[in-house]
Design a protein around this ligand. Sequence first.
Ligand SMILES: C[S@@+](CC[C@H](N)C(=O)[O-])C[C@H]1O[C@@H](n2cnc3c(N)ncnc32)[C@H](O)[C@@H]1O
Length: 153
Amino acid sequence: MKHTLKQLVPKSLKQMIRTYQGKGLERSVHLRESTRYTDIGEAGPLIIDVFSRINDIPGWFNVDDCGHFFLVLSYQSAMGVKGDLLEIGSYHGRSTVLMAKCLQPGERIVVCDAFESNTDDYYANKPSPEDLISNIKRLNQELEKIVLLFTSV
Ligand SMILES: C[S@@+](CC[C@H](N)C(=O)[O-])C[C@H]1O[C@@H](n2cnc3c(N)ncnc32)[C@H](O)[C@@H]1O
């Protein structure tokens, strides 16, 4: 079975994986290596260590979004895609924290929000830039990797 699956992986993808491994990039600590049969159905490290810590930040970023963002961003890094991230609409920073967790060395996240100014859509409980920074700090993100942009609408 393992042999058959390996044959299905295109050569170009195998080459990319070898390049990734050769660069010594570490596998994410938020992915588990294996799951015991009795633990199937239990949340893994991404949910226990990361999502549970952003869950009390106001926002709309849910547990599925967390898994999807993490998958896409980790996959891009694994395939050698590099560069800064841009988030338009951070609100209190729920999604920002997860995205910042996925940054690779040398990458930054640029965060853009209208904060307390009026926008076309109505948002209750609008954050100040200080609220956003404080949420990010509380989760021990490296602040030098985060660039705030204030948008006026
Ligand atoms: C749905 S919320 C974002 C949710 C957030 N990403 C989360 O983790 O839950 C949308 C955000 O976009 C911001 N926003 C709306 N219009 C904007 C504009 N024209 N420029 C910048 N930010 C804007 C709002 O202030 C609000 O914080």
